[in-house]
Ligand binder design. Structure first.
Ligand SMILES: [Mn+2]
Length: 325
């Protein structure tokens, strides 16, 4: 359970708040940053958002421009400027990741003494953040859903456009309310509508890039099936994929008829291959990923392998699956 008292006490007990999230911001991370900003403001804290990204995903870019046009006074700073804001009682809130190395700038962890983490990703064994308070729940659909519970609890009024961004974040992270969606997720969506989320504005945030879509379809087109219910897709030989792209393709393939589990293999860089695995629950994909050096949860797992040989990785996976399914 989220400890609202501890959360409030931690915010009230610091001199100022710096909020940050993972690199390559997505709409869940950005919605979380913005909404947490307004929560801290409501608690009368000086608050700034740390963003070091230079390029932005198209939805995030649109949202960034929009908050400037709407004249929302949100203080966004890069790492260099943030250093001027820090003292021994500053609080850093890390959102939508629980890894320092994945954060906007991991150096900030050396510059602050107090850290809070709010996230919905699996906490791995090498977790190394010493925090005053952390809430990391992989069962939550999104960081925006966790933060919306804080908004409800403290009756925070967020600007309408922030509600729009948060709703887009929930939609992205649940793949349109398919994944990790609970009663509370729908309730949050309804509450965001009440706060003024605009569906037309949201569509602009969720628009896909045509070429990315075509690239994903190419991989999906090459899906092969084992026992007709396990799908395996392999990325193109000379293409490097973002981790999230591989994960999204595995999410998409799980939606097809008969598919109980999906595995997508793709190059993450010249000598690293990633596998994302998804399951509806009957097949434990965590067991499979663990045998390949990875981890996760029974319905949502992944691994990374030092290799540049897609075929070999696929064969290893196939062999493993033959003994399981
Ligand atoms: Mn997220």
């Amino acid at each position: 359970m989220f400890d609202f008292n501890k959360f409030e006490e931690t915010i009230l007990g610091c001199s100022n708040v710096i909020i940050t999230a993972h690199k390559n911001l997505d709409l869940d991370a950005f919605g979380a940053l913005l909404s947490m900003y307004f929560i801290c403001e409501k608690m009368n804290k000086k608050v700034s958002i740390l963003i070091d990204d230079i390029e932005f995903e198209s939805g995030v870019e649109i949202a960034l421009k929009k908050i400037v046009n709407l004249n929302y006074k949100v203080d966004i700073e890069d790492y260099k400027n943030i250093l001027n804001y820090l003292d021994k009682d500053s609080l850093l809130i890390l959102l939508d990741t629980n890894k320092k190395t994945m954060s906007q700038n991991e150096k900030v962890f050396e510059a602050v003494k107090k850290v809070m983490v709010i996230d919905h990703h699996i906490k791995e064994e090498d977790y190394n953040i010493i925090s005053i308070y952390e809430y990391i729940n992989y069962k939550s659909s999104s960081t925006c859903e966790i933060i919306l519970d804080i908004i409800k609890r403290f009756n925070v009024v967020i600007p309408e456009y922030v509600a729009t961004v948060m709703l887009a974040g929930i939609i992205i992270d649940t793949n349109n309310f398919y994944l990790k969606t609970t009663k509370n997720t729908y309730y949050c969506a309804g509450y965001l509508k009440e706060l003024g989320a605009d569906i037309t504005e949201m569509q602009y945030l969720l628009k896909q890039d045509f070429n990315d879509y075509v690239d994903r379809q190419k991989v999906i087109e090459n899906t092969r099936f084992i026992n007709s219910n396990v799908a395996i897709s392999v990325g193109e030989e000379n293409k490097i994929y973002e981790n999230e792209e591989i994960a999204k393709m595995a999410d998409s393939i799980l939606l097809f008829k008969n598919v109980e589990a999906s595995f997508v293999i793709g190059k993450l860089d010249s000598n690293r291959i990633g596998i994302s695995a998804r399951s509806l629950g009957k097949i434990n994909v965590q067991e499979v990923m663990e045998k390949l050096g990875g981890g996760g949860h029974s319905t949502d797992a992944a691994t990374q392998i030092d290799s540049n040989n897609l075929n070999e990785v696929k064969e290893n996976l196939l062999n493993l699956l033959k003994s399981i399914v």
